[in-house]
Structure formats: structure tokens, C-alpha cells
Write a protein that binds this ligand. Structure first.
Ligand code: C2E
Ligand code: CA
Ligand code: CA
Ligand code: CA
Length: 278
């Protein structure tokens, strides 16, 4: 399945390459995608291991291209980052996710966190924290129910600047999760500097649990680290019952992955919440 995913990504990249004569074409198309409402958020559950409750929901961005179909965020986020489009796109993502969370809350389901991915490039904008707090206020989401997911690559340069903004958000109750934890170079330094409330074990340490090799010991070690530091640990990319059982035994707090659900449009999540509710 892994190989297929990679082949798919290559296919998409080629299809994008074949569709646009140059990067500018793709760029302007992405620019227009926002106002043409071609962007959509899918949602995936984050579930507690001890009682199966939905603790959180991660918003994952999709671009429904009129001719190419779905384009993966892995293919267009880098372009958004290079062109600065990540700023308006990132704000759209936050606003949409917060609005959806409010809708679910009004329907009586919204007692879970909402997680939004934030690109390191968004932190190049010194207004990020202020803009985010405005959007939080406008949409009426509880700041304590919002989680910002950032990957370890963030601290490559100018950590101090990032911390100033994170502190502003944290002061208002916004939570921070370190995404892909363990896959970067400075994991422990990051934990100390960024003081996250959640660590997300990188998928690469989860998918190999079935073989019981070193990678599964890494997952266990991250759980132990979380326990020692009183940080919640969430394992991502959980696909099998064996992975779930192993993580349960190590004391991991939460899981996310195809084993629980695939990322789905808000309407499908609503249907599931509704049928689970009665
Ligand atoms: P991520 O934040 O690490 O998100 C997890 C990715 O793993 C998602 O891919 C999700 O669909 C996929 N996934 C979830 N469960 C499983 C599983 O059990 N097995 C496997 N093989 N995969 C699983 P997706 O949605 O294609 O997103 C890819 C990446 O794009 C994300 O990785 C994130 O870094 C980025 N991304 C997505 N949405 C946004 C966004 O709104 N803003 C920014 N800046 N980046 C985003
Ligand atoms: Ca994420
Ligand atoms: Ca991740
Ligand atoms: Ca990732």
C-alpha cells in the first residue's frame, strides 16, 4: 500500500506537470482555487485508547481541481509556501475548521479538539498570532479546543520568533502538537523549547509495529517520554488491530489512522456522529 501511495504521488505530480506548461500556470490556478471554492477540508478522528471516545478531529486540506481531480496537499502546499499563498490558504483553513467545530458544537457533538496543520512558513508572518486570535474570536471557538500541529522542521531557523507567536497563542489557551514526532533532527530540543501539550508519533514508527522491530521500540520510548513530561501522546497512521493493541499496552493515549477512519468530508462526519449519538 505504501508503494501505491508513492506511485500515486508521482502520478499526480506528472499529471500536474503535464497539465500546466509552467509553474506560473499552476500558481495562478492555486491562487484562484481559494475564491473558486475548490479547497475543502476533510476530517479524521483522534480517538482515546482507553475508552474509544473521540478526543479530537484533524482538518486535512484537499484541492478539488476542476480537471485534475483531487490534488494532494503534499503536491500543492510546497507551492503555496514558495509563493506566500500559504498565508491566505492557512487563514482559510483555520476559519473553516473553527466554523465547522462551532457547527458540530451547536449540534451537540463538538466536545472534541480541532487540530489544524500550520506550515512553518506561516510563522514568517509576524501577524500570525494576532490574525489567528481574530479568527478564533470571530468564529467563537473555545481557544482551549484548538490545536495547532507543527512539524519538527519548524525550528530550522529563527525559533525565537516562532516562540513569541506560540506564546501569544498559548496564553489564550490554544494548544500545540508536534507533528511527525521523532522523524526530525531536534526532537528533544523542540519539546523543551516549544512546550507542546501533544506529541504525535510519526507514522514511520507505527507502521512497522507489526514486525516487532526497532521501530516499535521507538514508539514505546516516545510514549514513555510523554509520560515523564506529562505530555499527551497520539500515534498517527494506525492501520491494524495489532498496532492498536501494541500502543494500548505501551500506554499511548490516543490514536489516529485508517483503522479508525479515513479522512472524510464534514457531511460524512456529521452523519457518523449523528448515527453514533442515538
Ligand atoms: P500530516 O499532518 O502528517 O497528516 C497525516 C497524513 O496521513 C494525511 O495525509 C492523512 O490523510 C494520512 N493518514 C491518516 N491516517 C493514515 C493511515 O492510517 N495510513 C496512511 N498511510 N496515511 C494516513 P494528507 O491528508 O494527504 O496530508 C498530507 C500532509 O499535508 C499532512 O501530513 C500535512 O503535513 C499536510 N497538510 C494537510 N492539510 C494541511 C493544511 O491545511 N495546511 C498545511 N500547512 N499542511 C497541510
Ligand atoms: Ca498533522
Ligand atoms: Ca503527521
Ligand atoms: Ca507528515
Amino acid at each position: 500500500a505504501k508503494k501505491n501511495a508513492r506511485q500515486e504521488a508521482v502520478y499526480f505530480t506528472n499529471a500536474i506537470g503535464a497539465h500546466y506548461e509552467n509553474r506560473l500556470g499552476l500558481e495562478s490556478s492555486l491562487r484562484g482555487a481559494l475564491c473558486r471554492q475548490e479547497l475543502e477540508l476533510y476530517y479524521q478522528y483522534q480517538v482515546r485508547l482507553d475508552n474509544g471516545q473521540i478526543e479530537g478531529m484533524e482538518a486535512l486540506l484537499r484541492w478539488k481541481h476542476p480537471e485534475l481531480g483531487f490534488i494532494s496537499p503534499l503536491d500543492f502546499i510546497p507551492i503555496a509556501e514558495e509563493t506566500g499563498l500559504i498565508i491566505p490558504i492557512g487563514e482559510w483553513v483555520l476559519r473553516s475548521a473553527c466554523e465547522q467545530q462551532r457547527i458540530w458544537k451547536e449540534q451537540g457533538y463538538g466536545d472534541f479538539r480541532m487540530s489544524v496543520n500550520v506550515s512553518p512558513y506561516q510563522f514568517h508572518d509576524d501577524q500570525l498570532a494576532d490574525r489567528f486570535l481574530e479568527i478564533i474570536a470571530e468564529t467563537g471557538i473555545e481557544p482551549t479546543q484548538l490545536v495547532i500541529e507543527i512539524t519538527e522542521s519548524l525550528a530550522i531557523h529563527n525559533v525565537e520568533r516562532v516562540i513569541v507567536q506560540l506564546d501569544k497563542l498559548r496564553e489564550c489557551g490554544v494548544q500545540l502538537a508536534i507533528d511527525d514526532f521523532g522523524s526530525g533532527y531536534a526532537s528533544l530540543a523542540y519539546v523543551k523549547q516549544l512546550r507542546p501539550s501533544i506529541l504525535k508519533i510519526d507514522r514511520s514508527f507505527v507502521c512497522c509495529i507489526d514486525d516487532m522491530d526497532e521501530d516499535c521500540r521507538m514508539a514505546g520510548a516516545i510514549v514513555a517520554l510523554g509520560k515523564a513530561l506529562h505530555i499527551h501522546v497520539l500515534a498517527e497512521g494506525v492501520e491494524t488491530e495489532a498496532q492498536l493493541q501494541f500502543l494500548k499496552e505501551t500506554g499511548c493515549d490516543e490514536i489516529q489512522g485508517y483503522y479508525v477512519n479515513r479522512p472524510m468530508p464534514a457531511s460524512e462526519i456529521s452523519q457518523q456522529l449523528e448515527s453514533a449519538g442515538n
